[in-house]
Design a protein around this ligand. Structure first.
Ligand SMILES: C[S@@+](CC[C@H](N)C(=O)[O-])C[C@H]1O[C@@H](n2cnc3c(N)ncnc32)[C@H](O)[C@@H]1O
Length: 221
């Protein structure tokens, strides 16, 4: 089985992509329509940048890509991606204001450095997912999409339940390019919405921007 999956590694080399992960996002997008042309997308845990390659191809010249990682992304993205080399936990809510206030999609492929102890790695991954969603909640526009990589552990179902009322649809998928022996899976939230109570507490400028985004989305339907 491992042999079969090695074909993604070879394919990435042949097609000049930075990593096999490119095909994971491609499949998740094909199955869920995550991105559209001209979308603004935030990529959390973006290094070296194969998801960014896919995102830029998909959103096109009119789109916006922002990214965060503890490590630098490939120099090929200079001038095309607004990048912060930092820990996601240090990210300010208005970090990307210079390019956009809201995103159409927030995706996270963040993975903790592995200890080899399953329960520790799962707990660290869970924490990254929760941090990714807490950030996404602040910057996703209504109707936006969310993806995060999870190493499924005991808290996963609880996390999934927490996300459920915040999206039109929640799914869990393991793309073909993900190694069978890997514990990873992807949680996908489609059609984000803020609870009305939370929206009421936002500054009027932000509420107005969200309404505008909602009207724009409705016109696109
Ligand atoms: C599997 S790699 C991402 C691969 C990337 N999606 C691609 O396609 O090239 C996981 C990344 O998560 C990053 N990461 C882990 N913890 C992080 C944190 N707290 N803040 C920001 N990035 C983090 C790691 O530095 C690593 O580069």
């Amino acid at each position: 089985m491992k042999k079969l999956h090695d074909r993604y590694f070879k394919q990435a080399k042949r097609e000049g992509h930075l990593a096999r992960s490119y095909y994971k996002l491609e499949e998740l997008d094909r199955r869920n329509n995550l991105f559209r042309k001209n979308d603004r997308v935030l990529d959390l845990g973006a290094c070296p940048g194969s998801w960014l390659e896919y995102i830029l191809e998909t959103v096109g010249e009119g789109g916006v890509a922002c990214a965060v990682d503890l490590n630098p992304i490939d120099p090929r993205f200079k001038g095309r991606v607004t990048f912060r080399k930092t820990d996601i936990r240090e990210l300010a809510p208005d970090e990307f204001r210079e390019v956009t206030d809201f995103f159409d999609a927030v995706v996270s492929d963040m993975a903790p450095s592995t200890s080899g102890i399953k329960s520790i790695d799962q707990a660290r991954s869970q924490e990254l997912c929760e941090t990714a969603f807490a950030y996404a909640e602040k910057v996703l526009k209504p109707g936006g999409n969310f993806v995060c990589k999870v190493l499924e552990g005991p808290d996963f179902q609880y996390f999934r339940q927490q996300l459920k009322p915040r999206f039109r649809e929640i799914k869990t998928q393991k793309p073909d390019a993900s190694r069978d022996e890997s514990m990873e899976t992807y949680l996908i939230g489609l059609g984000f919405s803020l609870p009305p109570k939370v929206e009421k507490e936002l500054p009027p400028k932000v509420v107005e921007a969200r309404k505008k985004a909602r009207r724009k989305r409705d016109r696109r339907k």
